[in-house]
Design a protein around this ligand. Structure first.
Ligand SMILES: [Zn+2]
Length: 332
């Protein structure tokens, strides 16, 4: 089978990386030797992923994810040193934009494939068509000139619905600090899949007066599992509700699993851990920060429960299955 442009790019990149490693052997990172001989903590991925000393990110073969503080500081330094045009070329370099676009294309196609796999009682033909249209209507906005703050300084990605409740054009924007500080492909996959997922999240669909039965089932399971906090003043999709964010993390995990299956099988265990860690590295809370509990579950829940209880993620890492029930769109 002819490899897609994305696959070609991936293999080329890896071949170059592999050649580089032959010429310049990289010393074993501090603390890694221990992890190679004893399994990292399958019970608490949050701590393993979010403590710098626990799992060096340098072992991710696809790239790195700088912390929010590091990305912000480096961006501020570059702002002082470079002209706006130079800074634009540095953040949104030609090569990086090409790679992000390839990842966008792959993620969009994988979500469309995921929708198609939800057959029969899960999603009927009309539901699938509607969801497909929504995914196809999302545009990833990459600016042609340097964006202004706050977008320039943001270390994250954003989904913006242009026509609330209708499947019109909507867009994903990537903050400048995020683009500058993230080269890990697994992170791009998780991040873009999370933002794409917002175009079909339960609250976005409900705004148009429509919720497929399969999604009702999934929402009920996510609530029952306790990953969504339910304070007394919670009003679903209106105030203090984490449903749409949990759904976006849940679907992003499904898409990440497909990506790991396609591109990550060849890697040994330490690199597998680094790939999964970097996919959610930016969910780790910066030191002394408050998290947005109104819409997002806390980072520990996002990493340990939504990502960390997925059976395929656990299998990929060599971890035993979680005894928690797995939420799905079908009724099995
Ligand atoms: Zn989100």
């Amino acid at each position: 089978m002819t490899p897609s442009p994305f696959e070609r790019l991936w293999h080329t990149r890896w071949a170059v990386l592999g050649f580089g490693l032959l010429l310049y052997p990289v010393p074993t990172p501090t603390g890694w030797r221990g992890l190679a001989s004893s399994s990292p903590d399958c019970q608490d991925l949050f701590t393993t992923f979010c403590q710098d000393s626990a799992l060096p990110s340098s072992t991710d073969p696809t790239g790195a994810v700088w912390s929010e503080n590091e990305a912000f500081d480096r961006l501020q330094t570059l702002r002082r040193q470079l002209s706006p045009q130079q800074l634009m070329a540095r953040i949104y370099s030609h090569d990086r934009v090409i790679e992000i676009r390839k990842t966008e294309q792959w993620v969009r196609q994988e979500i469309l494939r995921w929708i198609e796999r939800q057959m029969g009682s899960s999603l009927n033909l009309r539901d699938r068509k509607e969801l497909r249209q929504r995914i196809l209507a999302v545009r990833l906005e990459i600016p042609s000139s340097l964006p202004q703050p706050p977008v320039l300084l943001e270390h994250g990605a954003f989904y913006e619905s242009h026509k609330q409740g209708k499947p019109g054009l909507s867009q994903i924007r990537l903050g400048g600090a995020y683009v500058l500080g993230t080269t890990s492909q697994s992170n791009w996959v998780f991040t873009l899949a999370h933002e794409f997922a917002h175009s079909i999240d339960p609250c976005e669909l409900r705004a148009s007066g429509w919720t497929p039965p399969a999604f009702e089932r999934l929402n009920g399971c996510l609530l029952e599992s306790g990953v969504i906090q339910t304070p007394n003043d919670r009003h679903e999709c209106v105030t203090r509700d984490q449903l749409s964010e949990v759904f976006a993390d849940w679907l992003a995990t499904e898409i990440l699993v497909a990506w790991l299956d396609q591109y990550g099988r060849e890697y040994p265990t330490p690199q597998r851990w680094a790939l999964v860690r970097n996919s959610v590295r930016d969910l780790c809370p910066p030191p002394n920060s408050d998290y947005d509990s109104e819409w997002h579950p806390e980072s520990r829940t996002r990493i340990n429960r939504i990502l960390g209880e997925n059976p395929k993620v656990r299998n990929y890492l060599g971890c035993p299955r979680s005894d928690q029930k797995t939420c799905r769109t079908d009724d099995q």
